[in-house]
Write a protein that binds this ligand. Sequence first.
Ligand code: FAD
Length: 400
Amino acid sequence: MIDFSYTENQLMVRDMAREVATRVIVPTISEFDRAQKMNPDLLPAMRKANLLGFCIPEAYGGLGMDYISLGLASEELEYGDTAARVILSVHIGLYSLPLLTWGNEEQKQKYLVPAAKGEKLGTFGLTEPAAGSDVVGLQTTAVRDGDHYILNGEKMWISLADVADYFLIFAWTDLEKKKNRDHTGISAFLVEREMAGVSTASIHGKLGVRAGNTGSISMMDVKVPKENLVYKEGYGFKIAMFCLDQGRYTVAAGSCGLIKACRDACTKYMFERQTFGTKIANYQLVKQMLANMEAGYESSTLLWLKAGWKKNRGERNTRETSMAKWVACREAEAAAANAVQVFGAYGFSDEYPVERFYRNAKGASIYEGTREVHTLMQADYVLGLREDKELERDLPVVEG
Ligand SMILES: Cc1cc2nc3c(=O)[nH]c(=O)nc-3n(C[C@H](O)[C@H](O)[C@H](O)COP(=O)(O)OP(=O)(O)OC[C@H]3O[C@@H](n4cnc5c(N)ncnc54)[C@H](O)[C@@H]3O)c2cc1C
């Protein structure tokens, strides 16, 4: 049976996120975006509204909500600003949900519970200065030394790098496999900001997500207890891909929020702006751009809902999530470009929000798998060159 209605719990989460977006993000976003700073009120507001752990089970400090709720919250936050949705993407998608699946009980108590309660913030450190799409090109190493691993390396373009408390870090534990680019030599580790040898910095001058923090993490001889190895040695690549399945899902749903923000801004402007003695809402060529936004919103929404449905059932969903992320980001880029067009010269200035939508939309076709990476994945699925196998870990089944 297919049912497109939302449950009361899903609507409750959507409304919590909408309230934060309306009250905290929208009124101040142009100021913080221009200043390239995070709004200091945003994280406390998200924490208070339980938005930092709502889809983690109650047993681990969350509210036990499902993946559809996660999608709805992502959409609402990105309607306010992409930087706010990024917080959900990294803290819940790329850090907490993977820890729920791959972490052991001690790790969950120590590193997941405080994150789900919003007391600590987590992020995901995969990318390096010379390795983005090419994950096995990463250079960070983790060498076993008695009861510890010694980590050395540099992570780059990490969301919340200068803000998060905990980092899920990917590093080579098998240096022979590193030489052969065999991904089964990569492992995942829980690293704390307070560990000696860890330092972070922020990147300034970004095209978009300016009201969010993005930066680098440097690790110099960081002594990480062996208990902080996630799952087993050699599983880092698989864990990283699992993380991306969750993060990409929030990017897909979030992109729908950005499309909707473009659509709503254009709808209002089309009735206000007059040329040649009539409202621009009367021109078919302008209507075409609005109609395309609506088609992009509806089709992208169906794609993330399908991925979320599979996630709730505990089924592998890499293919569906990649499709949702790829299409939604493409539609968001197109919607934002058209929104600037609808606004004419005013769209070209930061007097209106559409130029920010345009800059923010570009980033989502780069992070969490570039447009090209998803294109190749989808072609390979069709060609039979790629298939999703079940994981060694059971995926959580959630009631919607
Ligand atoms: C705002 C922002 C936030 C981010 N947050 C995080 C984070 O929290 N954690 C994290 O680990 N990373 C993060 N990243 C990094 C992001 O995931 C990488 O930028 C992304 O994976 C692409 O890697 P790259 O930038 O090195 O590009 P490259 O991999 O160098 O790619 C350059 C170009 O070549 C193309 N290309 C590369 N390989 C192929 C191929 N085989 N076939 C066809 N085309 C190819 C790409 O599509 C792209 O167009 C973030 C990036 C941004 C911009």
